[in-house]
Each structure stands twice: as structure tokens, then as C-alpha cells.
Write a protein that binds this ligand. Structure first.
Ligand code: NAD
Length: 498
């Protein structure tokens, strides 16, 4: 039976609109390559110029809408997202492949993000300070910047755009979102729901397209802020362009995260942490645990045996099945890339403890499935110890002591999420101090970031450029400071240095 395939339009300034290109790309389900999920417009410069025109008009109204009023849109969007949680989770699982329980968790993250930043609508604090002169006040306020170009990766197609949209809108900016073409539907639903929640026309657009179209967004002179989540390779190109244009740019890029397991670690906790850190979302999180740096001890071998036997029992399949624990890789070519890492690690001397193969047979023939893979005897300078794999492959790196473990953990270009399992509070805190990463976990895996309050999300080194998503720090990307001096002395007075 032939099913009808939805042909999507862009949401341009609040209205559905075909692309001027009249051209489309197709999106298939990674768990079932015969299922065409939709056709999406290949946007071009004309579409972008039109969206920018709408955004400019909307900005002049939205920026002067009181922030607590702007917050009401986010509160309503949170409620709508909650009402549609199951439907949105199913869409997410179909397009990104992650197990449905994880997809529900991601939609909850959208709700939490909206609620947190709606709360910020009652704050968006500035600073007041002391003047060097009499009868003079100084206040520094945050103001919006303008049109924000938001470019996202495919692996968190709902949560990551919401981390960008919510702080941008609450601060009074307007946004143009370009979701990844590997997971376009969730971004579409986000923007659609913001309009259902009463967002004024023009404040948000979603335009579909590839990296080439992303580049047009980055280069557009009227788009004043770029926030991109993606690979380090792409981030470097984007940063270069923004640098030349002196454009504000937030980068959230790749990771090579590690758990350090010291000899006094709670082994039950460690097992769970490594398992879900490494194989949750089939290892396709920027925070996935891709290295286990384990201190050689009396229990190392028995622990690895237990880890392997548990990993071998993980149910790999279509994420819509409630029993599935590990979903597919996003594309066949990405699965081949992941397999390439495994093959090269073997050649370099790595010992495969489990997995290492493309999964075939029955439902696995339909999608891009790969076995949860554990490879030991990895040395700190091997490719598998240093490069981001973005798949269900765990490198086990045995070390002799705490100092060596810290050095190995830091011996990568990335700096997103590092973790240590130990009962020794001194070593735990020393690790937290020495880790070269934006996020540190103690006795928890490298995954599971939150968006609220003090929980800023982002990386060091080649994972980013110091900006943060989530938490109040996210406002730094989407606001600029203005300092206002008020002189009520009614006489001529000058500071020593003007
Ligand atoms: P990607 O770099 O291929 O693409 C990311 C986005 O950038 C896509 O929307 C893409 O179309 C766009 N793009 C590509 N080239 C561009 C260009 N020249 N100019 C402008 N835009 C361009 O990444 P991906 O495969 O979608 O996602 C996986 C990567 O994202 C991994 O490296 C992962 O670690 C990283 N990631 C990082 C975080 C984080 O917060 N640090 C979160 C999720 C994913």
C-alpha cells in the first residue's frame, strides 16, 4: 500500500511558505530506510532574505514587549509541549532513531528549558555600581541584539534548538532556525508550537536546508548572532566567517568524553554509568562516554567481563519499540565511519571485547544498526583514544594511578564532559579541579546535562569558544550590555580619566 508522503514548507515569519527554489530533500527513518518521513524544502538566499525582512519588522515590536509578557509565550509553549509530549517524542524517535524513552526525556528537556527561561523574563538582571563622583549612579542593563541565526545538529533536534530559541526570545531577539537536514521535523514542530503559544508573527522562522544554506545564514549581514551546535570541523569554518564579520558567535561542538574509574569506585554504579554513558543514544551524544580510563586493580578483569556481558545483552533495534535500548546510527554512511574507527583500532593493537560489527538480519537489515562495541588495550595516543567517534564504541584505557588517569583524560583536543568514580572526596575534588572540561561529573556518567539556573552547558578547548547554553549564562550570547550614567549633582564634575 502506497502511503502519502508529507511535503513540508518552511515557516517563514509565521506563515507556511514554499521555498523559492521549488527543490526538496528527502528524510528517511534511520531504523527503517524504506520509510520516507517527509520532503523538505531546500531553502535559498531569496527565502532567507524574506525571513530576515519579516524578522526585522518583528524585532521592533518584540524588543519593546515587556520581558514578563514575552515569558507568557514560553509558559504557554511549555504547556503545549507537555500536552503533545507523546506525539513529539514519536516524531523525534522516527527521525533521529533514539529509543522512545530517551525521546520523551528530550521533550521534557524542552519543557524545562521553556519554563526556566520564562522565569528569567522576571529577572534578566543587570548590575548597579558605585560611581567615583558624588550624586551619580551607574546602571548596566542587558539589551537584545537583533536577529539570531540558530543552526543545530541532528542528535538533539528538539532540546538543542530550544536551548537557543528560549534565551534568544526571552531577551527580546527574533530567531531564524535551521535544523539539521538529518532531523528536520522536530525543529519545525518547535516553531509551529511557539506560534500556537501566541508568538507574534515574524519573531521566529524555520528554514530547512543543508550546510550550504547554513553558510548563507552565517554570512547574512543583518543576522547579528550565530549560535551553532555541530562538529568542530564545521564550527571552525563558522567561527572564521563570524570573526571576519565581527559577528557574535556561540559554538557548541564535538567531544571526547571520559569516565575515570579509580580502584575504590563503587562497581555497581560504575557499571550502570559506563553502560548508559557509552551506549545511550547509540553513543551519538556530544557528551557520550567514549573512553573508560580504568585504574589497574584486582577487579579490573572481572569488571570488564561483567560490562561486556551486560553490553552484549542490550536490545538494539527500532526506537519505537519500548524494549529497545540502543537505536540506529543516523545514516548508513555514518555507520560506515563508525565501523572504520573500530577496524583501525584493531590494526593499532586494540582488543575487541565485544561488538565491532554492522548488525544484520531481520529488522537490522532495514536500518543503520551497529553492535555496542568495547575495545580494550587502547593506548592514550591511538586514534580511538583521541578522535570523536559519535557511535556506540567504548575505548578502554588501562592506567596505573590517579595522576596518569588525569593526564590521559586531558590528552584530547576536546573539553566537554569528564567524570570520575571514586569514594575518596579528596581525589574527586582534585579531579574536578584538574579536568580540562566545561562539565564535570562525580560518580555519575558524562551524560545527563540540565538547562536551569547554575547548570551551564558547554565545553572547553575545541568543544567551543567559551559561550554557554542553559543556565543564566546563556543570556550572554543573546544580550549586549549598555551602561547608563545618571548625574543628579546638577554641577559640572569630571572623573579623573574620561
Ligand atoms: P555537523 O557539523 O555536520 O552539522 C551541524 C549543523 O551545521 C547542521 O545543521 C549543518 O547543516 C550545519 N552546517 C554544516 N556546514 C555548515 C557551514 N559551512 N555553515 C553553516 N552551517 C553548517 O554536525 P552533526 O552531524 O549534525 O552533529 C554531530 C556533531 O555535533 C558532533 O560532533 C557532536 O559532538 C556535535 N554536538 C555538539 C553538541 C554540544 O552542545 N557541544 C551537542 C550536540 C551535538
Amino acid at each position: 500500500m502506497q502511503t502519502t508522503v508529507t511535503t513540508y514548507k518552511n515557516i517563514l515569519g509565521g506563515t507556511q511558505k514554499e521555498s523559492a527554489s521549488k527543490d526538496f530533500f528527502e528524510k528517511y527513518n534511520p531504523a527503517d530506510k524504506t520509510e520516507l518521513l517527509g520532503k523538505f524544502p531546500k531553502s535559498n538566499q531569496k527565502d532567507l532574505d524574506e525571513a530576515v525582512g519579516e524578522a526585522k519588522k518583528a524585532f521592533e515590536v518584540w524588543r519593546y514587549t515587556p520581558a514578563p509578557k514575552r515569558a507568557e509565550v514560553l509558559y504557554r509553549a511549555a504547556q503545549i509541549t507537555l500536552d503533545e509530549k507523546e506525539e513529539l517524542a514519536q516524531i523525534l524517535t522516527k527521525e533521529a532513531g533514539k529509543p522512545i524513552a530517551e525521546a520523551r526525556g528530550e521533550i521534557q528537556e524542552v519543557i524545562d528549558t521553556y519554563l526556566f527561561f520564562a522565569g528569567e523574563g522576571r529577572r534578566i538582571y543587570g548590575l548597579t555600581g558605585q560611581s567615583e563622583l558624588q550624586n551619580k549612579s551607574i546602571i548596566t542593563i542587558r539589551q537584545p541584539i537583533g536577529i539570531c541565526g540558530l543552526i543545530s545538529a541532528w542528535n538533539f533536534p528538539s532540546a538543542v534548538p530550544s536551548w537557543k530559541i528560549a534565551p534568544a526570545l526571552i531577551s527580546g531577539n527574533v530567531v531564524i532556525l535551521k535544523p539539521s537536514k538529518d532531523a528536520p521535523m522536530s525543529g519545525y514542530k518547535l516553531v509551529e508550537n511557539l506560534y500556537k503559544a501566541g508568538l507574534p508573527k515574524g519573531c521566529a522562522s524555520v528554514l530547512f536546508g543543508s550546510g550550504e544554506f547554513g553558510d548563507l545564514i552565517v554570512r547574512h549581514p543583518d543576522i547579528k548572532v550565530i549560535s551553532i551546535t555541530g562538529s568542530t570541523e564545521v564550527g571552525k569554518m563558522v567561527y572564521e566567517t563570524c570573526g571576519r564579520m565581527l559577528k557574535k558567535c556561540a559554538l557548541e561542538l564535538g567531544g571526547k568524553n571520559a569516565i575515570i574509574a579509580l580502584e575504590d569506585a563503587n562497581q555497581d554504579l560504575l557499571l550502570e554509568g559506563v553502560l548508559w554513558g557509552a551506549f545511550g543514544t547509540a553513543g551519538q551524544r556530544c557528551t557520550s562516554t567514549s573512553r573508560l580510563i580504568i585504574q589497574r586493580s584486582s577487579w579490573t578483569d572481572s569488571f570488564l567481563e561483567k560490562l561486556v556481558s551486560t553490553a552484549e545483552k542490550l536490545i538494539v533495534g527500532n526506537g519505537l519499540n519500548e524494549k529497545t535500548q540502543v537505536g540506529p546510527l543516523i545514516t548508513a554512511s555514518h555507520r560506515d565511519t563508525v565501523h572504520g574507527f573500530t577496524e583501525r583500532a584493531k590494526k593499532e593493537g586494540g582488543k575487541v571485547l565485544c561488538g565491532g560489527r554492522v548488525l544484520t538480519g531481520s529488522e537490522h537489515d532495514k536500518g543503520n544498526f551497529y553492535e555496542p562495541t568495547i575495545i580494550t588495550d587502547i593506548k592514550p595516543n591511538m586514534e580511538l583514544a583521541c578522535s570523536e567517534v559519535f557511535g556506540p564504541v567504548l575505548a578502554v584505557i588501562p592506567v596505573n594511578n590517579f595522576e596518569e588517569a588525569i593526564n590521559v583524560a586531558n590528552n584530547v583536543e576536546y573539553g566537554l564532559s569528564l567524570s570520575i568514580y571514586t569514594k575518596d572526596i579528596n581525589l574527586a575534588m582534585q579531579a574536578a579541579d584538574k579536568f580540562e572540561s566545561g562539565i564535570v561529573y562525580i560518580n555519575a556518567p558524562t551524560i545527563g546535562a540540565e538547562c536551569g539556573g547554575a547548570a551551564a552547558f558547554g565545553g572547553w578547548k575545541n568543544t567551543g569558544n567559551g559561550t554557554r547554553e542553559g543556565g543564566v549564562m546563556a543570556l550572554d550570547t543573546y544580550t549586549q550590555y549598555k551602561t547608563i550614567y545618571i548625574d543628579y549633582s546638577n554641577k559640572l564634575q569630571r572623573a579623573q580619566i574620561d
